[in-house]
Design a protein around this ligand. Sequence first.
Ligand code: ASP
Length: 321
Amino acid sequence: VEGNLLTRRAFTASVATFAAIGSPAIAQSTPITLIVPFAAGGPTDVIARIAAEGMARALGQRVVVENVAGAGGATGVLRAARSAPDGRTLVLGNLGTHGAAPSATPNLPYDPQTDFEPVGLIASTPIVLVIREKLPASNLGEFVALMRSMPGAFSFGHAGQGVTSHTAAVLLLSVMGAMQTGVPYRGTAPALNDMLAGVLDFICDQSVIMVEQVKSGKVRALAVASNTRLASLPEVPTAAEGGLPEFSITAWNAIFAPKGTDPAILSAYNKALGTALEGPELRQRLAAFDAEIPADGDARTGESLRRHVASEVERWRMIIR
Ligand code: ASP
């Protein structure tokens, strides 16, 4: 009797999952792979793991994060684009991969608009300028003066041409009027490691993994590229306060499925992401680095993400040109 009951319960649960997804295309026992196109331990990876946990709970299905780094995120994003559109493969895209990259990277092997179906926006994340502990600059003004005094002599780490950390650094350098040397990595985590070792002078990237390092005193934050200061780093001035209002950029992170994925699956995943975003624990984890969750309603829909990608691709095309 006990066995029968369990079997019946399991059967009911999987029927409920099929009903929720609206298509028996993907069984509950099949894990979903969420590709992170950058190294483990970086901002994209951290956000992906938080979202994957919440979605897995909402779907009653395993969501496995897989790091497929290389070529500024293009390797992982392309892998997702070429995967079967059966709901088993998703990718975490951001301002870089699905916004700036098409204009910053010649011959990008994927198109963020035509190769993907949008699932939903997870969060936007502030950008912080962090420098190695011993770089002789105690504020943004001194940093600008130092960079202008020796163009090309300093190095910044980034996760590849056209990604968020590259785009943000190039924006900073162009508004400062001083070019420096970019060093590409497979993600911001390995770049940050090199900065901790004193090999790199600065990085501009998402608050996600910077807040902890800044608090521990191992690196110093000179500015946040947001309109207001961050609750997580209240002592760090905004770029505008530091005299560089044009250094204004906020990253965003979203989930995409391969083109042609069943709308019923997309809608089930979008709903699961929405449920995850309502979870107090997830909110607390994202708030620790001032990530901002989209407001409930239109901003959380796949259609809104589709429009956002179109406007970001166009916006960065103009800026990069
Ligand atoms: N956030 C980084 C970027 O787009 C990459 C990473 O998450 O490691 O530059």
